[in-house]
Design a protein around this ligand. Structure first.
Ligand code: RTP
Ligand code: MG
Length: 153
């Protein structure tokens, strides 16, 4: 059995404005992942620049920061077996046009710059923990047991 881990997920401002928070949360719940942290916030400039720091030299960086700070986001931590990889496979590719139907970006997105959701990169070791630390204090994360866990694992 793979390791249980936590991953960081965020419904971006376009997903919030389009009323997709509930649908997106339902997908992760139904998959069997466990919500252990959530906050509805508006990201400020500093947090945006930290979060997307890996892209600071890219031509799209300023637009990306402007977009992610423009309106509220729903920031969450989800826990489960191999959660980072599982969530990324549910999210799809960076470009919705390359994302298969059935994935979140493939079902809800059309445009690269309006791709509805962020999730920690499973190919970047430690990205999940780094992003969780950036957005959440330890005491904002809740340890609990889902009643169906015995039947998931
Ligand atoms: P995210 O970090 O937002 O979850 O997206 P991702 O891992 O799939 O993609 P990443 O490479 O980390 O890029 C971050 C966001 O920047 C925008 N982007 N624009 N114009 C471009 O070529 C370009 N490339 C990336 C996308 O909105 C992407 O989600
Ligand atoms: Mg990324």
């Amino acid at each position: 059995m793979s390791e249980t881990e936590r991953t960081f997920v965020m419904v971006k401002p376009d997903g919030v404005q389009r009323g997709l928070i509930g649908k997106i949360i339902s997908r992760f719940e139904e998959r069997g992942l466990k919500l252990v942290g959530a906050k509805f916030i508006q990201i400020d400039q500093d947090l945006a620049e930290d979060h997307y720091g890996e892209h600071e030299d890219k031509p799209f960086f300023d637009d990306l920061v402007e977009f992610i700070t423009a309106d509220p986001v729903m920031a969450m931590v989800w826990e489960g077996q191999d959660a980072t990889r599982q969530v990324r496979s549910m999210v799809g590719e960076t470009d919705p046009a390359e994302s298969p139907p059935g994935s979140i970006r493939g079902d809800f997105g059309l445009d690269l710059g309006r791709n509805v959701i962020h999730a920690s990169d499973h190919e970047d070791p430690g990205a999940n923990e780094r992003e969780i630390d950036l957005f959440f204090d330890e005491d904002e994360l809740v340890e609990w047991e889902r009643v169906d866990e015995t039947w998931l694992y």
